[in-house]
Design a protein around this ligand. Sequence first.
Ligand SMILES: CC(C)(COP(=O)(O)OP(=O)(O)OC[C@H]1O[C@@H](n2cnc3c(N)ncnc32)[C@H](O)[C@@H]1OP(=O)(O)O)[C@@H](O)C(=O)NCCC(=O)NCCS
Length: 187
Amino acid sequence: MLERKMDTVILSTPRFDLMTPVREEDFDQITKIKSNPLVSSTQLYGTITSRGKCRSMFHHYIDDAYSKRRKRWVFGIYTTERFQKFTGIQTYIGNVGLERDSPASTRGSLFFEVDPEFWGLGIASECLARVIAFAWEKEFSYLMVDPMVGNEASIRVAKHNGFRDTGRKIVAYNGVLQHLFELKAPK
Ligand SMILES: CC(C)(COP(=O)(O)OP(=O)(O)OC[C@H]1O[C@@H](n2cnc3c(N)ncnc32)[C@H](O)[C@@H]1OP(=O)(O)O)[C@@H](O)C(=O)NCCC(=O)NCCS
C-alpha cells in the first residue's frame, strides 16, 4: 500500500506557534469556536447546525497536508510555553488560512478566526503577519482578504498588515457581500 506523505509546517511568532495540519485533538475546540455565533455570523460557512458540518471542514484542513500540489494551509494557532506561563492558556485558540486561487496560481487569499475569549489581544494581527511572510516564502505574488461588508475587526487586522482597500465589493456564493482588500508581494 502507498503511504501518504504529510506536509507539516510550523511557524513561530513572539507569542504563538502556528501549525498545519491541525491535530485530531483540536476538533472539539475548533467546533466550539466555529459554533459561536460571534464567529459564524461573519463567516461564509454560516451557522453551525451539527458537529458533522465542522467535521467536514476539519477533515479538509488535514487532507490539505497530503496534497501533492498543496493549495491551502490552515494553521492552528497554539500558545507558546512562555505565553502559557503568563496566561495559563494552553490550547488551540483559532486559525489562519492561506489558499491559492488555483494550484498553479501565485495569487491567493487569507482567512482567520480567533476564539472570542481572546479577541482584542492582537492575536489575529500577529499571526497573520507570520502567514503573510510564509506566503512570500512560497512565492505568492498577491494576497487578498475578503471580509463581509462591515466586519470592522477583520478590516483592522488586514490594514494592520498593510492591506489596501480596493474599493471593490463582490457577492459570495451564498449571496453575502464581501469587501476586497489586497496586498502585493514586496519587490
Ligand atoms: C477578526 C478576528 C479574527 C480578529 O481577531 P483578534 O485577535 O481580536 O484581532 P486583533 O486583536 O489582532 O485586532 C482586532 C482589531 O479590530 C478592532 N475591533 C474589534 N472589534 C471591532 C469593531 N466592532 N469595530 C471596529 N474595530 C474593532 C480591535 O480594536 C483591533 O484593532 P486595533 O488593534 O487597531 O485596536 C476576530 O474578531 C474573529 O475571529 N472574528 C470572527 C471571524 C472573522 O470575522 N474572521 C475574518 C474573516 S475574513
